[in-house]
Design a binder for this molecule. Structure first.
Ligand code: SAH
Ligand code: SF4
Ligand code: F3S
Length: 441
C-alpha cells in the first residue's frame, strides 16, 4: 500500500508553485496525497524565512503536530523550502519532531528521503543548484482557472535585508519552450489565467530571449488567456517589457513594482541600485505607455538607521505615486545578510508606528482610487465563490482588482462585463450588465 503525504504551504507564490512541483514528483513515485493532516503518513511544511514572524508561525504549527506523532510514532514530519535551506541541520538538532529537511533545489531527492524516513532514518538535503529549474517536472495542479508558473528561480540582487539569495540560490531561468508548452497544456485543461513567477522576472533569460520575449510568447499561445507576472525590479524594467504589456490585450495592465523606501540614502544601504528619481520616472513612463495600469508595491518600515525624515520620504513617494495596493512590512533582521551587521536600531514601537502610518496612508489612497471606479464597466474573470457568501462570485479585473458580483447564471471561468456600484479600500462590488458571457478579457 502506498503511503500518503500531506503538504502545507507558507510564503510567496513561488513556494505554492514549488509545492505543485513536489506533488508532481511524489505522485510520479506512487505516493498518494492526503487531503487532511490527520490521515497522512507524512506531513510536510513548505516554509518561508523572509521575516522572523514567518518562521515563528512555522514553529507554532510544528508544535501542533506533537500530539499526532505521539499517537503515531511512525509519522514522518518534514520541513521543505526556505527555512529548511536557512537553518539546515539546526532544524533536526533543535527539534526532535523533524525527520526530514529538504531545501528548494533538492526536491528530486524527496522520494529517497521519505523512504529512508519510513525506515527510521532522519535525512537532510540542502544543496543549492546553479541549474535546477524542474523544467521537465509536470507540476500537479488541481483543475482551476488560475495557474502559477515559476519561470525562473533564485535571485542575484542581494538586497542587504533579504534572505532569498541565501535560501533560493543563484538566478536561473526555465526554457522558453518549456514554459510555452506547459501553458498550452494548461489551456487545454481549462485554465484561463497564468501568472509567471520569479523573484525578479525581469532577469529572465533563455539564449536570445528575455522576459519581454517570454511574456509575448505566452500571450500569443491564446488571446483568450489572461497573462500576469510578478515580481518586477525597478532597475531592470525594460522599455520592451513596457511595450509588450501595452501592446497585448491579454497581458494584464498590472505591475507589482516594489520600491521598499522613498529615501535615496536608505535605498543605497539596501543595495536596491536605483534612486527615488529613477523610480518616479519609471512610473511616469509606465503610465504614459499604459494609461489604465494598476501598480502595487512592497515597503519596509524601520530599516537600520532610518530617520523620521527618511520615513517621511517613503510616505511622500506613496502620495506621489498613489499605488493601487501595497504589501507593507516592519524590517526584520536576517542572519547572514549584510543588513544584519548594521544592527536593528529602530525601536520596536517606532517601527510599529511608522508601519501604521504607511498602512493608514495606503488604505486612504486605495479607497480613493477604488471610489473612482464606481460607475465604470469592467470585464472580470470569475474565480470562485466570494469569501462571504455562496450566492456571490469573486472575480478580478485585468488590473487585479477584486470584484464581488451576485451569482446569477454564471460559472467559474466566465468573463463577464460588470458595472461597479460601490467600493471599499480592498474590494469593488458590481452587477453584471450583459446576460451572455463575454469573451473580452
Ligand atoms: N523579489 C521580490 C520580493 C521578495 S520578498 C522583490 O524584490 O520585490 C517580498 C518582500 O518582503 C520584499 O519586497 C520586501 O519588501 C520584504 N522583505 C524582504 N526581506 C525583508 C526583511 N528582512 N524585513 C522586512 N521585510 C522584508
Ligand atoms: Fe530579495 Fe532583493 Fe532578490 Fe527581491 S530582489 S528577492 S528583495 S534580494
Ligand atoms: Fe519566503 Fe522563500 Fe518566498 S523566504 S517569500 S518562501 S522565496
Amino acid at each position: 500500500m502506498h503511503r500518503s503525504i500531506y503538504i502545507e504551504t507558507y510564503g510567496c507564490q513561488m513556494n505554492f508553485a514549488d509545492t505543485e512541483i513536489v506533488n508532481g514528483i511524489l505522485r510520479e513515485q506512487g505516493y498518494e496525497l492526503a487531503s487532511e493532516v490527520d490521515s497522512a503518513d507524512a506531513i510536510f511544511m513548505n516554509t518561508c524565512a523572509i521575516r522572523d514572524n514567518a518562521e515563528q508561525r512555522i514553529y507554532g504549527r510544528l508544535s501542533n503536530f506533537e500530539h499526532l506523532k505521539k499517537r503515531n510514532p511512525h509519522l514522518v514530519v518534514g520541513i521543505l523550502g526556505c527555512m529548511a535551506e536557512r537553518l539546515r541541520a539546526n532544524l533536526l538538532e533543535n527539534n526532535s519532531l523533524v525527520d526530514i529537511v529538504c531545501g528548494p533545489d533538492e526536491y528530486r531527492k524527496l522520494p529517497a528521503l521519505i523512504d529512508q524516513a519510513f525506515e527510521g532514518e532522519k535525512g537532510i538535503r540542502t544543496q543549492l543548484s546553479r541549474v535546477e529549474t524542474y523544467d521537465d517536472i509536470v507540476p500537479l495542479r488541481t483543475d482551476g482557472i488560475s495557474a502559477w508558473l515559476s519561470v525562473m528561480r533564485g535571485c542575484d540582487k542581494f538586497c542587504t535585508y533579504c534572505v532569498v539569495p541565501y535560501t533560493r540560490g543563484r538566478e536561473r531561468s526555465r526554457s522558453l519552450e518549456g514554459v510555452v508548452q506547459e501553458v498550452g497544456g494548461l489551456i487545454e485543461r481549462g485554465f484561463r489565467e497564468v501568472t509567471l513567477l520569479g523573484q525578479n522576472v525581469n532577469s529572465y533569460i533563455d539564449g536570445e530571449n528575455d522576459f519581454a520575449d517570454l511574456l509575448i510568447a505566452v500571450a500569443d499561445v491564446d488571446p483568450g488567456l489572461r497573462v500576469r507576472f510578478t515580481t518586477s525590479h525597478p532597475q531592470d524594467m525594460s522599455d520592451r517589457l513596457i511595450e509588450a504589456i501595452a501592446g497585448h490585450e491579454n497581458i494584464c495592465s498590472y505591475i507589482h513594482l516594489p520600491f521598499q523606501s522613498g529615501s535615496d540614502r536608505i535605498l543605497e544601504l539596501m543595495n536596491r541600485t536605483y534612486t527615488r528619481d529613477h523610480y518616479l520616472n519609471l512610473v511616469r513612463k509606465i503610465r504614459t505607455a499604459i494609461p489604465d495600469v494598476a501598480l502595487s508595491t512592497d515597503v519596509i518600515a524601520g530599516f537600520p538607521t532610518e530617520t523620521e525624515e527618511e520615513h517621511a520620504e517613503t510616505l511622500s513617494l506613496m502620495e506621489e505615486v498613489r499605488f493601487d495596493g501595497a504589501f507593507m512590512f516592519k524590517y526584520s533582521p536576517r542572519e547572514k545578510t549584510r543588513a544584519w551587521k548594521m544592527g536593528d536600531d529602530i525601536p520596536e514601537d517606532v517601527k510599529g508606528r511608522r508601519l501604521e502610518e504607511i498602512i493608514d496612508l495606503q488604505r486612504r489612497i486605495s479607497y480613493d482610487i477604488n471610489k473612482n471606479w464606481i460607475g465604470r464597466t469592467e470585464h472580470i474573470l470569475l474565480e470562485g465563490p466570494s469569501k462571504r457568501s455562496e450566492d456571490e462570485w469573486m472575480g478580478r479585473t485585468g488590473t487585479n482588482k477584486t470584484v464581488i458580483v451576485p451569482r446569477g447564471d454564471f460559472s467559474v471561468g466566465d468573463t463577464i462585463a460588470v458595472r461597479i456600484n460601490s467600493a471599499t479600500s480592498a474590494t469593488l462590488f458590481g452587477t453584471e450588465i450583459t446576460n451572455a458571457a463575454s469573451e473580452a478579457a
